[in-house]
Design a protein around this ligand. Structure first.
Ligand SMILES: Nc1ncnc2c1ncn2[C@@H]1O[C@H](COP(=O)(O)OP(=O)(O)OP(=O)(O)O)[C@@H](O)[C@H]1O
Ligand SMILES: [Mg+2]
Length: 278
């Protein structure tokens, strides 16, 4: 396991217990999705993955090593684990887009040529080439999000953790970013994302966790997790739209395409065509 938490508890200074005995694992080379309603603890959990937060109790292991909270050791963890924050305003700070994206790779001690190349490639990958000279605070919300992703991408981390990477993006932008993450994953990067976008999860995630009120209440493959409709609804989440349609057809109209419900359009299409042929 490249990320492994063992019973972590986190209490904010004001006494809010945001995480309770959380066991979370990400296998190397996989895409893992964390789903949960507002306030469930997703961002709090993610901030443990590169040592920004230290658990009140329990342990976090990255690449098999328990995280050590000394400054020098934290630097090493942060080279391995790149986190894209939920709010890009927490991340972007340099006077221009170019300087912002260059900041991480420059701190890795890379040559100017290498830094320039990485900035160029990263901005191209997120569809933000041409915005180099702009101050980040003059960008739209979705553009800021893309630049924040480029900044982490430019560091080429082994593990990329993205807190709601598609929120605020238009449909094309969201699917573009997910496509990019899928591609990076094929090249070997481990990807962990939190999201409310349940329709996209079955297309990309190898495994899914559901968090509710600071506790992990379900984990498994997308089929396993979305097959447990009761838990999904208890956590104030919903099924992917296509699975919801299948559920209604079965319950209300007695038209069954079998369980588990298809989770993607592709899968639903195959099942429907098969049914029609019969
Ligand atoms: N700095 C803080 N001080 C005190 N409590 C906090 C702080 N940050 C978050 N919390 C609380 O911790 C809990 C978990 O918050 P967190 O931001 O991790 O949720 P989340 O799942 O990321 O929600 P969202 O979907 O809205 O981003 C919430 O009850 C929140 O009010
Ligand atoms: Mg959050």
């Amino acid at each position: 396991m490249i990320i492994e938490t063992d019973k972590i508890v986190y209490e904010y200074p004001d006494g809010t217990k945001a995480l309770e005995n959380v066991n979370f694992h990400a296998e190397e080379g996989k895409i893992v999705a964390l789903l949960g309603p507002n306030g469930a603890g997703k961002s709090t959990l993610f901030l443990h993955f590169n040592g920004i937060l230290e658990p009140t109790s329990g342990t976090v292991k990255i690449d098999g090593e328990p995280v050590n909270y000394k400054k020098k050791d934290l630097m090493k963890v942060r080279q391995k684990v790149g986190i894209v924050f939920q709010n890009p305003d927490d991340q972007l700070f340099a006077p221009t887009v170019m300087e912002d994206v260059a900041f991480g790779p420059m701190n890795l001690g890379l040559s100017k040529e290498e830094v320039d190349l990485r900035v160029k490639e990263s901005l191209e990958k997120v569809g933000m080439a041409g915005f180099e000279k702009k101050p980040p605070h003059h960008l739209s919300g979705g553009q800021k999000k893309r630049v924040a992703i480029a900044g982490i991408l430019a560091m080429n981390p082994k593990i990329m953790v993205l807190d709601e990477p598609t929120s605020g993006l238009d449909p094309k932008g969201a699917s573009h970013i997910l496509q990019l993450l899928y591609q990076l994953n094929k090249e070997g990067m481990t990807i962990v994302i939190s999201t409310h976008d349940v329709d996209l999860v079955p297309l990309y995630a190898d495994s899914v966790y559901i968090i509710s009120k600071g506790k992990i209440i379900k984990e498994g493959s997308p089929q396993e997790v979305f097959g447990d409709v009761e838990t999904i609804r208890k956590a104030d989440l919903r099924l992917p739209r296509i699975a919801h349609l299948m559920e209604i057809l079965q319950k209300e109209d007695e038209v069954s395409f079998g369980k588990p419900y298809p989770l993607t359009i592709g899968e639903a299409r195959r099942r429907i065509l098969k049914e029609i042929e019969h």
